[in-house]
Design a protein around this ligand. Sequence first.
Ligand SMILES: [Zn+2]
Length: 128
Amino acid sequence: MSQVLYVPRRLLETTRAHLAREAPKEGVGLWAGRREVERVIPLPNAHPEPLTGYLAEPLALLKALKALEREGLALLAIYHSHPRGPAFPSPTDIKEARWRVPYVIFGTDGFRAFLLPEGQEVPLALLP
Ligand SMILES: [Zn+2]
């Protein structure tokens, strides 16, 4: 499956700002849109150990997905942060992967997107 994630820089900054607010906890949210990312949707991290794990709060996730459907936007990616680790999927990220959209990981060394559990990297293209 070949796909590229197109992200306007402005929305990348919105995402980074959300994750900075969550730090030192991991942050989680959705990217949605049609062809490119048009919407950043921060979600509460309901993981019992949010410093080292993430779990999108299920009711907030469901509401967000329903709202996207109403607006005709597709879920393009799920993002989360590794406030003290690299932008690579952890063993838990791989084991718990359930979605067919790319997982975007923001780490101390940048950000990357992957299809999980396969681990295939998905190119990210920044739009002006
Ligand atoms: Zn992770």
